[in-house]
Design a protein around this ligand. Structure first.
Ligand SMILES: *Cc1c(COP(=O)(O)O)cnc(C)c1O
Length: 351
């Protein structure tokens, strides 16, 4: 199998073992029958390392591997107050015996007296948490301020003899994205075992690192699977596509495959399904969360996978892609958000 031989390039890379792989690939019997497609879910919501997992684990295996190889003992990262990436980075750092230091941008103000969801878990893991107030800016703008504050803290820590490893929001670097080049190969291997070709792969896209890794994986394996990223936040389309393409190239270069070409037309970004914005609940996405839960018993979340699945459902219900196609939804996790603040969940169930 070509997917298998290509996975060997990852074996030489420093890596921390954090999750449970391969994750299951499940056929959605009822959904497929109702919608007229062959629908599979790649269950990366079950990557581990703690009960929740999600897409950040594959990235963190290589990122923390790199941190260890560089002799770092402290990990710094950024995200929104209920960030999955931050919570998973903290838990991974603990598992690796490193100290987590995080900067949380308060798009939704956390209630310190009634901590919930990932914000509660961040405290349970006892990370050094810095709250960065949001002044009505976008996430990237507020994160810029957070990075300035972190730079001072990093200098302080290094003066005390620590070595810090900085991970950007979402773990979106070439190394982090390489986790999904590997993840794509794992998925293709599973599809090959079933004797299926994957026509479409849908994924919720935020910082773009996951989509970039999938794009790099597709180029590496020379497949023509259509990759559709459903955006969970507003972005400048041109800059966003360039970012994803750039990360895909970096990921390929990191494994010594810089000669493999990627281009913008290797993936699609669809910005029609995030509603009013990042972390803002969307009625249609909440309806999709309930539909999937009641149809297949699978949970998705209001910030990422609910919106991603809502987008995919629109493609299938409106037959924007040929009926009968084999369609995979990469379930990237995030279900802790079901237990977050009302500002994030919206009305999930009626009274
Ligand atoms: C971070 C995240 C994503 C988006 O991944 P990116 O690599 O940032 O695009 C999707 N789903 C969930 C649940 C996430 O936590």
């Amino acid at each position: 199998m070509k997917s298998q031989s290509n996975r060997e390039i990852f074996l030489q890379k420093p890596k921390e073992s954090l999750g449970f792989f391969p994750t299951p690939l499940q056929y959605m019997k009822r959904l497929s029958a109702e919608l007229g497609y062959e629908i599979y879910f790649k269950r990366d919501d079950l990557t581990g390392a703690n009960v929740y997992g999600g897409n950040k684990i594959r990235k963190l295996e290589y990122l923390l591997g790199d941190a260890r190889a560089r002799g770092c003992d402290t990990v710094i990262t950024y995200g929104a107050t209920q960030s999955n990436h931050v919570m998973e980075t903290i838990s991974a750092a603990r598992k690796c015996g490193m100290t987590p230091v995080v900067y949380l941008v308060c798009i939704v103000e956390p209630d310190q007296k009634n901590k919930k969801a990932n914000f509660l878990l961040d405290s349970l893991f006892d990370a050094e948490i810095h709250l960065v107030e949001s002044r009505g800016e976008s996430m990237p703008e507020a994160t810029k301020r957070a990075r300035t504050r972190a730079a001072q803290r990093i200098q302080e820590l290094e003066e005390q003899g620590h070595r810090c490893y900085e991970i950007p929001t979402g773990g979106a670097t070439g190394i982090g994205s390489a986790g999904y080049m590997d993840g794509f190969a794992e998925l293709v291997e599973q599809m090959e075992t079933l004797g299926k070709r994957m026509d479409y792969l849908f994924v919720s896209t935020g910082t773009g690192g996951t989509l970039a890794g999938l794009t790099a994986g597709k180029a590496l394996l020379k497949l023509d699977t259509k990759l559709v990223g459903i955006q969970v936040s507003p972005q400048n389309t041109k800059a966003y596509k360039e970012k994803v393409e750039g990360l895909a190239k970096e990921a390929l270069a990191w494994v010594g495959k810089e000669t493999i070409k990627v281009k913008e037309s290797d993936f699609e970004c669809d910005d029609r399904f995030y509603g009013a914005g990042y972390e803002v609940p969307c009625e249609e996405a909440n309806a999709a969360i309930c539909y999937l839960a009641q149809k297949e018993g699978i949970l998705t979340d209001p910030v990422y996978t609910g919106k991603g699945f809502y987008g995919m459902l629109e493609y299938l219900r409106n037959q924007w892609i040929p009926r009968g196609s084999t369609v995979v939804f990469l379930h990237t996790g995030g279900t802790t958000a079901l237990f977050a603040e009302k500002e994030i969940t919206g009305e999930l169930v009626s009274l």
